[in-house]
Design a binder for this molecule. Structure first.
Ligand SMILES: C[S@@+](CC[C@H](N)C(=O)[O-])C[C@H]1O[C@@H](n2cnc3c(N)ncnc32)[C@H](O)[C@@H]1O
Length: 277
């Protein structure tokens, strides 16, 4: 199988996995998000993220959310004053839910079902902000190509904003692991091959289930992330690390307050000229 076919196999398997789990998430969340977004101006981000988002001056700016899932962060960006808002996700079920919520709550956002790697050229040079939230990058078999797409979608001077799970946290046991010590290293930080798993995506309802279909999760190191940004003309303006768990799987580690990085925020600004990726 060539590289492109291999990537497609992986991203389509992940699409199936997300289509399978989304009804579980939806049921577990119940009316929560609809009720929240019925209140004018509701925003789901935490304070430290809001402070940094404020620095990107999003008022009136065109924003894209890659891997937008059920749309709650994009709806929040709109409520923060963004202009055109477009969310992209590979999962049919996630996009359906996001569209329905935006309609019910009367918030003007558009949601497009697409593999990030296949987002069309009509979205190039269109956005002032490309936003990525927790649990997006790990589904990407090729991080450089992912950042190349994000950079292509940005106007010169536009910003990529990433609020993600810290890859170091991948070395520690998840909350549901049979491991008494939440701070014991149980996995590698450097890992070339993806984790191939069957089920286990219900971080909302926390129900365990197994699936017949595989899903593929990649551990991208901080070096992968920084070089992916730099190589695609995305100049790093900000990078900060936090003890907050944004994966919904490391609450025990967060509670331990042991000085372990569980999340980070990176902001990059697109400069003109050719990329060196
Ligand atoms: C964990 S969610 C991230 C959004 C949000 N922070 C959350 O926690 O729900 C990951 C999303 O990435 C999407 N995804 C995975 N691979 C993708 C791809 N190749 N292209 C577009 N979206 C993808 C999944 O469908 C899923 O909705």
């Amino acid at each position: 199988m060539n590289m492109q076919a291999e990537m497609k196999k992986i991203t389509e398997a992940n699409r199936d996995a997300w289509n399978e789990v989304m009804p579980r998430h939806r049921e577990a969340a119940g009316e929560r998000w609809d009720k929240a977004f019925m209140q004018a101006g509701f925003v789901c981000m935490r304070e430290h993220e809001l402070e940094l988002l404020g620095r990107t001056e999003i008022e009136g700016k065109a924003a894209a959310h890659l891997c937008c899932n059920n749309g709650v962060e994009l709806l929040s960006l709109k409520n923060l004053g963004a202009g055109e808002c477009v969310g992209f996700d590979i999962s049919d079920a996630a996009i359906r839910e996001a569209r329905e919520r935006a309609g019910r709550c009367g918030i003007e956002c558009r949601f497009v079902r697409s593999d990030v790697y296949e987002i069309g050229p009509e979205y190039d040079d269109r956005f002032d902000l490309v936003y990525i939230s927790a649990g997006g990058l790990g589904w990407m078999p090729d991080l450089k190509l992912f950042f190349a797409k994000a950079a292509a979608m940005l106007k010169d001077g536009g910003r990529i904003f990433i609020h993600e799970i810290h890859p170091f946290s991948e070395t520690l046991p998840f909350d549901d692991a049979d491991d008494a010590d939440a701070l014991r290293i149980v996995g590698p930080y450097f890992k070339d091959e993806p984790y191939v798993e069957y089920g286990g995506l219900d971080y909302v309802g926390k129900a365990s289930y197994s699936s017949a279909k595989p899903q593929y999760w990649f551990v991208h190191t901080i070096a992968d992330i920084l070089t992916g940004l730099i190589g695609n003309r995305l100049e790093i303006e900000h990078f900060s690390e936090y003890e907050f768990d944004v994966s919904a799987g490391h609450a025990r580690v967060e509670r331990a307050r042991a000085g372990v990085p569980l999340s980070y925020i990176a902001i990059g600004r697109k400069r003109g000229g050719p990329s060196s990726a």
